[in-house]
Design a binder for this molecule. Structure first.
Ligand code: FEO
Length: 397
C-alpha cells in the first residue's frame, strides 16, 4: 500500500499490523505500528527513511513500482535505529552511490550497524538541500531519542518530517490524525512519550522552542511511526510541551505485587483512604506481576504520586516490582511524590528497599512508608486507610 500525501509526496512505508513487541520485548505495541518512509519528487527525488529490516525486500520491491531506483537522487536517514534504516542494505545494493544525508552520529551509527562505507553526507542544523523548487532543511535533534536523531523540514509544502518525534505505535490504514479514534491516538502518543522520551524532556523543551523560534509554518507533521498530523498539526507539539514539563494529572497510582494477598489488601485499603480524603482524584491500582509494564509506566507518567508496595522476600522485594523499578529509575521522572508500603512476616525490609528505589528514581517521599505484619488485622486495615487518607489530604488539589 502506497498513497499520496500530496501529488508529489508519497508514503512508501510499511504498516506492521502484527507487531506486539518492539525494542526486543521492551515495549508492547497492542495496536501494531508502522514504519513510515516518504518519497518526495521535485526536480530531484528524495527518499526519507526506510523500514525495519524484516520488510526490506517488500519495501524495495514496492519502491521499484513507484520509481526506477536509479532515479532516487538523495536518501535522508533521519535516524539510524534499524526500524528506520533496516532496508538500507538491500536498497543500497541497487543504488550504492546514492548520497545518504544524516548527522555525524548518524553516519557513525549506520556504519556501526551495517559496516558499509556508503556515500554519507553529514549535515548540521540549518543546512539546506535544494531539490528544485523546494529545499529540505535539516534540524539535528540529539537525544530525541538517540544522539543521531534528526528532523527535516520541506519548504513550500511546510512539512516537518520528525522521525520518532510525535510518533505513535499505531497501525491504521487511515493514516491521518483526524481520521483515527482520538482516544487510541493519544493513548499511543502518551505511551510513546512516557516510555521513550521522558528522560529527554529537557531536550524536548529546547528543541521545540528552537523549531517554534524558526517561525516557519507547519502544515503537516510526518512522523516515522503511526499517523500523520495534518489537522491542527501543532496540537501534538503543544501537547509535547506539556508532557515535557513534569507532567502530572490529578491521579495517584498504586503499583504492587503480592504473595498471599496481604499487600493487595493493603493497596486496596490505602486506595479507599485516599478517596475518602479526595473523591475527585483518580486512583488506579496495578498488580505489576499481571499488568503490562509499559501501560503501568504510562500511568506513572500521568500521576502526581506513586505508592509502591511489596511483601518482604529474602530481605528484599518481589522481582516483578524490582524489575519495574529498573526501568522507572532510568526514566528519571520529575516532580512526582511517592510512598512505600508492604506486608511482612519476620524481617520486613521491603518498605525501606522500595523507599530507596523511589528516591533513586527522583521521587519525593511523602513519608517513611507503612509496613504491616502478616495478613492485615482490623488495626492494620485502619492503619492502611489512615495512611491513604493522610496522603489524599496532603495531595488534595
Ligand atoms: Fe523508531 Fe528510534 O526508532
Amino acid at each position: 500500500m502506497h498513497f499520496a500525501i500530496k501529488k508529489h509526496i508519497h508514503w512508501v512505508g510499511k504498516i506492521d499490523w502484527e507487531l506486539r513487541h518492539f525494542h526486543g520485548q521492551e515495549y508492547t505495541t497492542h495496536r501494531g505500528s508502522s514504519y513510515n518512509a516518504y518519497l518526495v519528487k521535485d526536480e530531484k527525488t528524495v527518499l526519507i527513511d526506510t523500514v525495519w529490516f524484516p520488510f526490506s525486500h517488500e519495501f524495495v520491491e514496492n519502491l521499484k513500482k513507484e520509481i526506477p531506483l536509479d532515479q532516487i537522487d538523495y536518501i535522508i536517514a533521519n535516524h539510524a535505529e534499524p526500524d528506520h534504516s533496516g532496508a538500507l542494505p538491500e536498497l543500497m545494493q541497487c543504488i550504492p552511490d546514492t548520497p545518504i544525508y544524516c548527522t555525524a552520529n548518524g553516519a557513525k551509527f549506520l556504519k556501526g550497524h551495517y559496516h558499509q562505507d556508503w556515500n554519507f553526507q553529514v549535515v548540521k542544523t540549518g543546512d539546506k538541500l535544494n531539490i528544485g523548487t523546494r529545499d529540505l532543511i535539516f534540524i539535528e535533534a540529539p537525544m530525541l531519542h538517540w544522539p543521531d536523531s534528526m528532523f527535516c523540514y520541506l519548504t513550500e509544502d511546510n512539512i516537518l518530517f520528525s522521525n520518532d518525534g510525535f510518533g505513535q505505535h499505531l497501525a491504521s490504514e487511515l493514516m491521518y490524525n483526524d481520521l483515527v479514534d482520538q482516544g487510541e491516538l493519544f493513548q499511543e502518543a502518551i505511551k510513546y512519550y512516557a516510555n521513550i522520551l521522558t528522560p529527554f524532556s529537557a531536550q524536548v523543551t529546547r528543541k521545540i522552542k528552537e523549531v517554534v523560534d524558526l517561525n516557519v509554518p507547519v502544515n503537516m507533521i510526518c512522523p516515522s511511526h503511526g499517523v500523520i498530523w495534518r489537522k491542527d498539526p501543532m496540537q501534538i507539539v503543544d501537547t509535547y510541551v506539556k508532557w515535557a514539563d513534569a507532567y502530572a494529572e490529578n491521579q495517584i497510582t498504586l503499583i504492587y505485587d503480592t504473595m498471599w494477598e496481604s499487600t493487595r489488601k493493603m493497596a486496596e485499603t490505602i486506595a479507599k483512604g485516599i478517596l475518602s480524603a479526595d473523591s475527585s482524584i483518580t486512583v488506579k491500582l496495578f498488580n505489576v506481576s499481571t499488568s503490562d509494564k509499559n501501560d503501568v509506566i504510562t500511568e506513572i507518567f500521568k500521576s502526581k504520586a506513586v505508592l509502591a508496595g511489596s511483601p518482604t522476600v529474602n530481605k528484599g522485594i518481589l522481582s516483578s516490582l524490582a524489575g519495574l523499578f529498573e526501568e522507572v529509575i532510568g526514566l528519571r521522572f520529575k516532580g512526582k511524590k511517592a510512598a512505600a508500603f508492604g506486608s511482612y512476616g519476620w524481617s520486613g525490609e521491603s518498605v525501606k528497599v522500595i523507599s530507596d528505589k523511589l528516591e533513586q528514581g527522583g521521587f519525593e517521599l511523602l513519608n517513611e512508608g507503612l509496613r504491616e505484619k502478616w495478613n492485615p488485622n482490623s488495626q492494620a486495615v485502619e492503619n492502611c486507610f489512615n495512611f491513604g487518607k493522610s496522603i489524599g489530604e496532603t495531595l488534595k488539589s
